[in-house]
Design a protein around this ligand. Structure first.
Ligand code: SF4
Length: 294
């Protein structure tokens, strides 16, 4: 059983930046974080041991004169307004890529208030909430192309994407909208912007290659991470022996047996942009220990 970790997996620069900022700011004193800093429960726990206090929106609204870190996903304008009203010192760790996307959406919204802003993304996802906020929450959110009936094909359409969506699915949506009679005839304007972060999209091909090169894939990701789901699906497409694990403790001799994984298999460990490297290392260590006791 050969075990290796994918060198291209792990935190993207947006998440790395937010965590680094949290670690630095924690040295200066009490620090809150609005929502989980990353969609990985074990990393949240690690930072909580360092003192980072995760709060929800209700708790945030009750706080005054404290320091609150905003995570890489970004926040809607309402969050900054609350902070101002409550004298909260914001430590803004929003990813610069998300910030730029927020600005583009705001600009498009203000430029043509009759157009529909359509966001290809997951409803309720923190980044999507931040993006919707740029349109005073009027943007239409579409998670799957089957939801196209949410769009009014009598009005202009400006389409953007959440940064972690699949490029393939986004392009299918673009194609579908382009084929609508009113779009084809030019009766309505359709402007689309591929705003998928290449830090994620660029990983897909490399990850697929990695998944093909190994007999078995152990994909390590948080259950709440949409990026993890997208990347895991890509592994599954090319390697049906791909398994999603949230923690290393599920990796036992019984688990290997249940999944018909033998000592002759090569195992590739990989993860999402929210998967800490130390967690993939722990998975590797765990599998190596099982191997040694066999
Ligand atoms: S995936 Fe891209 S946009 Fe999202 S936090 Fe990471 S670097 Fe920023």
């Amino acid at each position: 059983m050969q075990i290796k970790i994918d060198s291209d997996s792990g935190f993207c620069f947006g998440v790395t930046g937010a965590i680094k900022k949290a670690e630095e700011e924690l040295k200066k004193g009490e620090l809150y974080c609005l929502g989980d800093i990353v969609h990985n429960g074990l990393e949240v726990e690690r930072l909580s041991r360092l003192g980072l206090q995760t709060i929800n929106y209700e708790e945030f609204a009750q706080l005054h004169n404290v320091r609150v870190l905003l995570r890489a996903h970004g926040e809607p304008p309402a969050t900054y307004l609350t902070a101002k009203q409550n004298d909260i010192d914001i430590i803004d760790a929003s990813c610069p890529v998300v910030k730029r996307l927020q600005e583009r959406i705001r600009k498009a919204y203000l430029a043509n208030t009759n157009a529909q802003i359509v966001l290809f993304g997951k409803p309720g996802h923190a980044e999507v909430i931040g993006l919707q906020g740029q349109t005073d929450n009027t943007a239409i959110v579409i998670e799957k192309i089957e939801e196209r009936e949410k769009i009014d094909f009598e009005k202009d359409i400006y389409l953007f994407s959440q940064t972690t969506k699949s490029v393939e699915q986004f392009m299918s949506l673009v194609h579908l909208i382009s084929e609508q009679p009113n779009v084809k005839s030019g009766k309505i304007h359709f402007l689309w912007h591929d705003t998928i972060c290449r830090n994620v999209a660029g990983r897909v091909n490399k990850l697929k290659q990695f998944a093909k090169e190994n007999d078995v894939i152990v994909f390590v990701g948080g259950n709440k991470s949409s990026n993890a789901k997208v990347l895991f699906d890509n592994c599954l497409q090319v390697n049906p022996r791909s398994y999603f694990v949230a923690d290393y403790d599920v990796l036992t001799a019984e688990w290997l047996q249940e999944n018909n994984i033998s000592l002759t298999d090569t195992i590739g460990i990989c993860g999402a942009t929210s998967t800490p490297h130390w967690l993939m290392e722990k998975c590797k260590e765990r599998l190596e220990n099982i191997k040694e006791t066999k």
